[in-house]
Write a protein that binds this ligand. Structure first.
Ligand code: DGP
Length: 110
């Protein structure tokens, strides 16, 4: 059974996609927590950061997260978040990197 994000990547579920390459796709979060809230999602349905994660894939996702911050002109700063597991607040079981910006973000998170 494909994950929600596989269904978005395939186009079955519409999204506001802003980037794609051979490894990953980026689209706007449906429930944004900041003026800019983008998800960077690998095409491969890796379940979470706890999965058997390939270092090259992990690095690529971070490079693309930075690319998205530049593309979205988050020149005053931004935050990159990976929620992992129940306590981490992960709600979709397909690894994804949140890129948040456009306002000052509180720390620590709730
Ligand atoms: P997390 O809680 O870290 O697993 O983040 C999952 C994010 O996915 C959450 O911020 C909301 C977003 N999301 C859930 N369903 C959809 C959807 O159908 N479309 C889009 N664009 N984002 C979604």
């Amino acid at each position: 059974m494909p994950t929600l994000f596989e269904r978005i990547i395939s186009g079955e579920i519409p999204s506001d996609q802003i980037y794609q390459d051979e490894v990953c796709v980026a689209f706007r979060d449906i429930d944004p927590k900041a003026p800019t809230h983008v998800l960077v999602v690998p095409r491969k349905p890796v379940r979470s950061l706890d999965d058997d994660l390939d270092a090259a894939l992990a690095g690529h996702l971070l490079v693309v997260a930075n690319k998205m911050a530049q593309q979205e002109q988050l020149s005053n700063g931004y935050r990159v978040v990976i929620n992992c597991g129940e306590d981490g607040g992960q709600s979709v079981d397909h690894l994804h990197v949140h890129v948040l910006g456009g306002r000052a973000l509180d720390w620590p998170p709730g």
